[in-house]
Ligand binder design. Structure first.
Ligand code: TUI
Length: 314
């Protein structure tokens, strides 16, 4: 058993959060992770308030355990979804891809524990001052929108900069990385890519296959030119997008090329036009299994590693 301030704060058995993956992390996946003893998270992505309220209803019908809602701050519906999460009394709200300061008072007044994803020390400090209950320090190994720093560098810097608990994310998919995260100063982890292989995850068969087959160099980052770097699997679409970025294609055409690409990957499994977001750690995700087994095995693998670490010390 591993107990930290994160298990205490969230009232969960294992300090393992499921990342808020747009189009993927629905009420069903979130409920399965929470039922397994971790914290499931419903992703709002670019969806509207009604979608999020419906997914919260689905999760509540499947589990009595706590779960969270992730608000993607670049979404055109961010204001509406922020309101919907407060009205539904989500017990935990995580955020990504921006600064949630303007929503913090509303969320904390609604009783939510707010846990922003941060990619820098300055942002972590700002969130701690604004009343965050914890922060998720996400390194650029992660899938989706990425910051500059790696998990190895970011987590200890953030852990030393704030007094609230730190949750490590980016590059974590097994017990070794979970144990290492605790050594870096984190008190929990968030995993996205590993949960792509959960039985309860409803991505297209093609998406699942690509993740299970991914090797060490299977991902790449595109989108730097428009200021939103994103890590995804190196598919035909990702290569063509990268080529277009350096071709002098006008910004609006480049933007249009990416529109709808996530849906095409998740729902249609379309490798020609779909953007298959995944972290570098896809290389270590090799089989489909129930979400509860993922949560438990990561923590159970870490326990002997942490206990055995004393063998190095003379
Ligand atoms: O947000 C993520 N990952 C995401 S968001 C996303 S949405 C999308 N969908 C389709 C195509 C492209 C994007 C996909 N994946 N992770 C959390 C995260 N947040 N990583 C980095 C950050 C971050 C970056 C800057 C957080 C705060 C921040 O601060 C900016 C500021 O305003 O100071």
């Amino acid at each position: 058993m591993i107990r930290t301030r994160v298990t205490e704060l969230l009232g969960i058995e294992y300090p393992v959060l499921q990342g808020g993956m747009a189009w993927i992390a629905d009420g069903r996946l979130a409920a399965a992770v929470s039922e397994g003893g971790g914290l499931g998270i419903i992703a709002a992505g670019n969806a509207d308030g009604e979608y999020v309220s419906r997914q919260i209803g689905i999760a509540k019908g499947l589990t009595g355990k706590p779960f969270g809602v992730n608000i993607m701050l670049m979404s055109p519906h961010a204001d509406e979804v922020a309101q919907a999460a407060a009205e539904a009394h989500a017990s935990v709200i995580t955020t990504g891809a921006g600064n949630p300061a303007k929503y913090m008072a509303m969320w904390t007044a609604a009783g939510a524990k707010v846990i922003p994803v941060v990619a820098s020390v300055a942002m972590a400090r700002m969130m701690a001052r604004a009343g965050a209950s914890a922060v998720i320090a996400e390194g650029g190994e992660s899938g989706g929108h990425v910051g500059e720093l790696t998990t190895m560098v970011l987590v200890p810097l953030v852990a030393d900069a704030v007094d609230i608990p730190v949750i490590a994310a980016g590059g974590i998919a097994d017990g070794r990385a979970f144990a290492a995260s605790l050594m870096l100063g984190a008190e929990g982890v968030q995993m996205g890519t590993r949960f792509l292989s959960a039985e309860e995850c409803t991505i297209s068969d093609a998406y699942r296959e690509k993740v299970l087959k991914a090797g060490d160099l299977a991902t790449m980052v595109t989108g730097r030119r428009l200021g939103h770097p994103v890590r995804s699997l190196r598919t035909q679409f990702a290569r063509e997008y990268a080529k277009a970025e350096y071709s002098g294609m006008p910004d609006d055409e480049l933007e249009a090329m990416g529109t709808g690409a996530l849906r095409k990957a998740v729902v249609d499994g379309n490798a020609e036009e779909g953007c298959f977001l995944a972290g570098q750690v896809a290389a270590r995700v090799c089989r489909t299994e129930p979400a509860r087994d993922i949560v438990r095995s990561v923590v159970e693998e870490a326990e002997p590693l942490l206990k055995g670490a004393s063998r190095w010390v003379r």
